[in-house]
Design a protein around this ligand. Structure first.
Ligand code: NDP
Ligand code: PYC
Length: 341
């Protein structure tokens, strides 16, 4: 995870940042409902120190909306497909409002059947994935989500980029603790972190990507300008990335990461793909025991010497941000205020 941009830091109350981002989304072509959902998502990422998908993304959202590539006023169409299957056509809009529109039906189905699937297609996802799963665990449910993005990753053993950075996020309740959450790109690095490193003039660790000639490079600009990322963990990360393409695109009816052409929309940055969520109600088989068993697992991991759980850094940053305000550079705040008009 890259650090925030350098320069003097100002601290803004979370609700003020939400309101500022909401004003930007509304001013640049989103309906009030979409603006509220996206602002909450992006402000939450900034609050939790998830900088690759916090306010860093706002210029990309704005240029994409201006290009006409995404419909900020789209009204998702929810279909109750089967006892445990909900489908949403996001109508060329963002994935998060599509999830919001289907959420109550999805949870009701998961509680009744013990498991339910939400398949979103015709959607744009430009954000961190954990905000899509963590709230389910807050309600005692287990959630898994995958989303595919845009071609920039060479499959293990292949010659040219094909996959997206294709993240996987998972959340589970844990008795007496914040939910257990992990959220990770299946590429060696998120594309956003490569952009942040390029902007900061930093080199990357080795093994992240290749240049335009297919040669290993630590230069983020070489990866962004004609090069590509690698999957994490060689053939294993590559297999997970392939799975994400299958579940988020082939299964939902969305585009594969290489299937959309945004060249006619200069400024477009948001991948037009699909997203899958699987929600399980552990109470169906385990009663209240699952959260207790999660706790036992965490305790055993700690006993084994683990000092940092996935998600823990975010929770720590969240606690500080809610107490002292969300950290932004002075320049970022000024840019946001300009965009909000
Ligand atoms: P990271 O590699 O930073 O982190 C991945 C996970 O590992 C997080 O849950 C993190 O927890 C945890 N973690 C990190 N370091 C440790 C450690 N030392 N010990 C234990 N756990 C650790 O994430 P990525 O760079 O892979 O992805 C960043 C973001 O980019 C994600 O939110 C992802 O959803 C997003 N993304 C979005 C895409 C899209 O198409 N919308 C595409 C690709 C990525 P913690 O959060 O607490 O640091
Ligand atoms: O950081 O890889 C990334 C990414 C792709 C789409 C949105 N974020």
């Amino acid at each position: 995870m890259s650090s925030p941009s350098t320069g003097p830091v100002v601290r803004v109350p979370f609700s003020e940042l939400q309101a500022l981002l909401q004003a930007i989304f509304a001013r640049h072509g989103c309906s009030a409902a979409v603006a509220a959902v996206l602002a909450d998502n992006c402000a939450s990422a900034q609050r939790d120190g998830a900088h690759s998908h916090g306010v860093f993304r706002i210029p990309g959202y704005v240029s994409t909306l201006a290009s006409g590539w995404v419909d900020g006023r789209a009204e998702p169409q929810v279909t109750d497909l089967a006892p445990a299957y909900v489908q949403v056509d996001a109508k060329g809009g963002f994935a998060q409002p599509a999830l919001a529109a289907a959420r109550a039906l999805l949870v009701a189905k998961a509680r009744t059947a013990g498991i339910a699937v939400l398949a979103i297609h015709n959607s744009h996802h430009f954000a961190a994935l954990w905000p899509d799963v963590e709230p389910f665990a807050d309600e005692g449910l287990v959630a898994l989500s995958v989303v595919n993005s845009m071609t920039c990753v060479v499959p293990h053993g292949a010659r040219k980029p094909l996959f997206g950075t294709n993240p996987i996020a998972f959340a589970a309740p844990c008795a007496g603790h914040d939910p257990i959450v992990f959220d990770m790109a299946t590429s060696a690095m998120a594309h956003g972190d490569v952009q942040i490193a390029a902007r900061a003039g930093e080199q990357l660790p080795s093994g992240m990507g290749v240049d335009a000639a297919g040669q290993p490079t630590t230069d983020p600009k070489a990866i962004l300008e004609g090069g590509a990322l690698l999957p994490f963990g060689g053939h294993k990360g590559s297999a997970l990335s392939m799975m994400v393409e299958l579940l988020a695109a082939a299964l939902t009816g969305g585009h594969f990461s290489w299937e959309f052409d945004w060249s006619g929309h200069p400024g477009a940055k948001t991948p037009w793909t699909g997203q899958l969520l699987i929600v399980i109600d552990p109470a169906k088989a385990q009663g209240q025991r699952f959260a207790q068993r999660s706790r036992e697992l965490v305790e055993q991991m700690q006993e084994a010497g683990l000092t940092r759980m996935p998600g823990e850094r975010r929770y720590r940053e969240r606690e500080v941000a809610l107490r002292e305000g969300v950290g932004l550079s002075e320049r970022e705040l000024a840019e946001l205020q300009t965009l909000a008009g």
